[in-house]
Design a protein around this ligand. Structure first.
Ligand code: P6P
Length: 324
């Protein structure tokens, strides 16, 4: 049995970053416990509040966010945090070395129907200038600057997927000892796939290139792509990305014309970037459809980005349909 901290040590992760990751894990273990209680915890269902995205918050969204916000803003290695559930960035310890950005409970519309959800996190170095931890500007770094990224998928098992830039490893929560232990090492995404994930109900809103790609996937063996495709849609990005890490696939939440000035639904800083670091460290590709997501220079903490990620050859194929 190899524990998370042993892998972090083996991979040369410094003590401050190890501390930050371990604090994220403490919060995620508590989130996993509350999720596992279901209705018994009395915190399923929706709260009466909305987040900055204008989405009604699930009670567990708020509980998960508060767990992560408290433990991280009290961590002397964390200068500040940004969360999907917080309007603004929140200061931690002024001398902290790291910034943590997170979606505390992604896919939370699945909670009430007992389907998989997850916590996504991204870790950046704070700039050495004197700006405070609640200054949004210090978070606006592109995805290539991430020092670590991961998610905890709360499924039948609680599973941490983590990269610190030296490949992607899976750790399963051993509830007997209360620790994440290594279960898969140096995971690689198959370069080809016949499985695509997209919300087909948005088809009429897509640009023509996306419509053409999906139509060609649906045309199967006799169509231009000459192979039979399968489709999945879990409405939980963490679950979709995890399936792709395990068996390949392509996940798309493309730009659509419902809100033309907003490039898609998913958020760059705490969904697009961390998932992109994980996918590309596992040999996959993660793009907006026209450029690597991690090359997008952020202008705003909650900005959105189109997402087309997964098996390298399939993502490149889909990008071919989107050339302007
Ligand atoms: P839709 C969950 O709300 C989320 O942010 C992602 O996890 C998921 O992939 C997507 O939105 C689902 O969106 O429009 O299908 O409900």
């Amino acid at each position: 049995m190899i524990r998370l901290h042993e892998i972090l040590k083996r991979d040369g992760v410094n003590s401050e970053l190890k501390q930050v990751i371990s604090h994220v894990m403490i919060a995620c273990k508590e989130i996993s416990h509350k999720l596992g209680q279901g209705d018994l915890a009395g915190i399923l269902g929706s709260s009466v509040t909305e987040n900055v995205q204008g989405e009604t918050q699930k009670l567990l969204d708020v509980v998960s966010n508060d767990l992560l916000k408290k433990i991280l803003t009290e961590d002397n290695c964390v200068k500040g945090i940004a969360s999907e559930e917080e309007d603004y960035t929140v200061a931690g310890t002024e001398s902290g070395r790291y910034l943590v950005l997170f979606d505390p409970l992604d896919g939370s519309s699945n909670i009430d129907v007992n389907l998989s959800v997850g916590t996504i996190f991204s870790i950046l170095e704070a700039p050495t200038d004197s700006r405070q931890g609640d200054d949004q500007g210090i978070y606006l770094q592109n995805g290539r600057k991430q020092v670590a990224a991961g998610y905890v998928l709360y499924g039948p098992s609680a599973l941490l997927v983590l990269t610190t830039g030296k490949g992607v490893n899976f750790f399963t929560l051993d509830r007997h000892i209360g620790e994440f232990v290594l279960t898969r090492e140096q995971v690689k995404i198959p370069t080809d796939t016949n499985e695509f994930a997209i919300n087909m109900s948005n088809q009429r809103f897509w640009e023509d290139g996306m419509k053409n790609y999906i139509n060609d996937c649906l045309a199967g063996e006799t169509g231009p792509l000459a192979k039979r495709y399968n489709m999945r849609w879990v409405a939980s990005m963490v679950a979709e990305v995890h399936r792709i890490l395990v068996r390949g696939g392509i996940f798309m939440y493309p730009w659509d014309n419902r809100e033309p000035n907003k490039p898609g639904k998913l958020r760059l800083m705490y969904e697009g970037n961390p998932m992109s670091m994980i996918v590309e460290q596992a040999g996959g590709l993660s793009t907006t459809g026209r450029e690597h997501i991690m090359d997008v220079d952020p202008k705003e903490i909650h900005q959105r980005c189109p997402v087309i990620l997964g098996s390298k050859n399939e993502v490149e194929k889909a990008m071919g349909y989107l050339k302007d």
